[in-house]
Design a protein around this ligand. Structure first.
Ligand code: NAP
Ligand code: G3H
Length: 481
């Protein structure tokens, strides 16, 4: 489906004008599929980033003064434009981050749905009214009107793996609540993010309400994150980057969606065929490059052989190839990430893990690997692989699984497979994660569910309604009658 377009520089948006950096500097983006140059984005200077944030701040009061139904209408029009650009944007996602075209296009369609739902929820945001007489010494004649007001200028930073969806899921709730936005896309995925913003401009974005900053996060990140005109930061990406940003941001609210090491805990009474199917889907889709991928299996000893065989038979059917082949397992985003996964596999094998399934590894295209008898001394038991390797850890008891889960640094999601609902709920209560999935793979959606990580997996909550909440603060006006 994808046709390689002529590599071009893709300008950033400033005051609804598409501009290149005055420095002439650019960052090149290469396809994970074949290493071809996809295009470039401007490497903006600090002065240009500064101008972008200042402009975003200058127009914020006017944007917040618009009627919420107008802002909601803008979002609806944006969703329509995205739908009509789904092929174009899907093709760019495929080129930039190596998803298959169908999965890339689904990301755009899912994003349009998310924006529409956000537009609707945004209309239903209300403050509250409190009477004073509930507190001793105060009276009913003292009344508080608790309004919900936007923070002001929101910096939205997105990761490579959902360059459109995880950008729009920040931008849409920010805009509908009256915030203005500085959007910093992941460099790998930036062109897709820029196309997504083109749809927003077509939909009637007022000048200055969203501005884009492009350039490597390692170069412009600290400058933009510490800008004194920012009022809130919403970030999705790696834990180390998120922790760094949180420290830099100091006093402003920061929402972080970070890494995970989501376990699938399989109990002796589980439907093993179903569990294996869910686990393989959860672990290997987009080659495991999802925060919510199942990243380790903890299985009861007495059913471990059978589960490992079920998993092996599913993995053996996965098609390994390129996004253009519509493969299940596609090349990883870059060689460095592939080398990291290879090192985890080598470390585990050297320490005694058994290989249930593997295949050829060529450059950044790694065949799916399933490792059994993984033990605590192996790095793959703890590190977020973000790639196509699945460690299986055999446990003696539910308590051992809970203990293993509790001792890891992450707390995004966990799956429990069992036919005993009482046990499922008891274990769910004991797990220190944002979400527990019972008899299903770990995953963020449906997009209106709250989505959060605890421990090193994040702070704050996303998901449509909660994202809207995170974009607002209380403003209290007290009537003393
Ligand atoms: P990343 O390297 O942390 O990058 C994420 C974003 O941060 C990119 O836009 C990046 O820009 C930017 N950035 C880098 N350094 C920065 C700095 N000093 N200041 C400000 N911004 C900076 O993450 P990634 O490689 O894109 O994604 C992989 C990781 O993200 C995995 O750990 C995964 O689990 C996590 N993730 C989590 C979720 C979730 O919802 N929990 C979702 C997706 C991904 P550049 O691209 O220009 O470097
Ligand atoms: O990579 C992190 C995403 O938030 C995962 O979303 O579960 O829909 O793939 P997903």
């Amino acid at each position: 489906m994808t046709k390689q377009t002529e590599p071009a520089i893709h300008p950033f948006l400033y005051n609804n004008e598409w501009k290149e950096s005055a420095t002439g500097n650019t960052v090149d983006i290469y396809s994970p599929d074949n290493g071809n140059l996809v295009g470039s984005v401007p490497a903006m200077s600090q002065d240009e980033v500064n101008d972008a944030v200042n402009l975003t701040a200058d127009v914020q009061e006017n944007w917040a003064a618009t009627e919420v139904h107008e802002r909601s209408d803008l979002l609806h029009r944006w969703a329509d434009e995205l739908d009509s650009m789904a092929d174009e944007i899907g093709a760019m996602i495929q080129l930039e981050v190596g998803k298959t075209f169908s999965s890339a296009k689904s990301e755009v369609k899912r994003t349009a749905q998310l924006i529409r739902h956000t537009a609707e929820e945004g209309l239903r945001t209300h403050g509250s009214f409190i009477q004073g007489d509930a507190f001793p010494g105060a009276s009913r004649s003292t009344k508080a009107m608790v309004q919900k007001v936007p923070h002001g200028v929101v910096l939205a930073i997105s990761p490579f793996n959902y360059p459109v969806n995880l950008a729009a899921s920040k931008i849409a709730p920010a805009l509908v609540t009256g915030n203005t936005v500085v959007f910093k896309p992941a460099t790998q995925g930036a062109i897709s993010g820029i196309l997504m913003v083109k749809a927003l401009v077509k939909a009637g974005l007022p000048k200055g309400v969203l501005n884009i900053v492009t350039g490597r996060g390692s170069v412009i990140g600290d400058f933009v994150v510490t800008h004194d005109k920012l009022d809130m930061i919403t970030f999705t990406g790696g834990t180390a980057t998120g922790q760094h940003i949180a420290k830099q941001a100091s006093m402003i609210p920061v929402v972080l969606e970070l890494g995970g090491k989501d376990p699938a805990i399989v109990l002796s009474d589980a439907d093993l065929k179903k569990a294996a199917k869910e686990i393989v889907g959860g672990a290997f889709s987009y080659s495991g490059q999802r925060c919510t991928a199942i990243k380790r299996v903890m299985v009861m000893n007495d059913v471990a052989d059978e589960l490992a065989e079920e998993i092996r038979s599913h993995v053996a059917n996965l098609k390994v190839g390129y996004s253009t082949d519509d493969a299940d397992i596609i090349p990883m985003i870059d060689q460095k990430s592939a080398d990291f996964v290879t090192a985890l596999i080598d470390d585990a094998k050297a320490k005694g893990a058994t290989v249930v399934h593997t295949g050829a590894h060529e450059k950044n295209l790694l065949s799916p690997t399933v490792l059994d008898h993984v033990t605590e001394d192996m790095d793959v038991a703890w590190e977020e692989q973000f790639g196509p390797v699945l460690p299986i850890m055999r446990v003696e008891s539910e308590l051992e699984a809970i203990d293993l889960e509790k001792r890891n640094e992450y707390g995004l999601q966990a799956s429990i497979f069992t036919t005993d609902m009482e046990t499922a709920f008891t274990l769910s209560e004991r797990m220190n994660v944002g979400t527990v999935q019972i008899n299903g793979k770990t995953s963020r959606g449906p997009d209106h569910f709250p989505f959060l990580g605890v421990k090193n997996s994040g702070q704050g909550v996303q998901g449509i309604g909660r994202s809207i909440d995170s974009m607002l603060r209380d403003k209290v006006i007290v009537l003393n009658l």
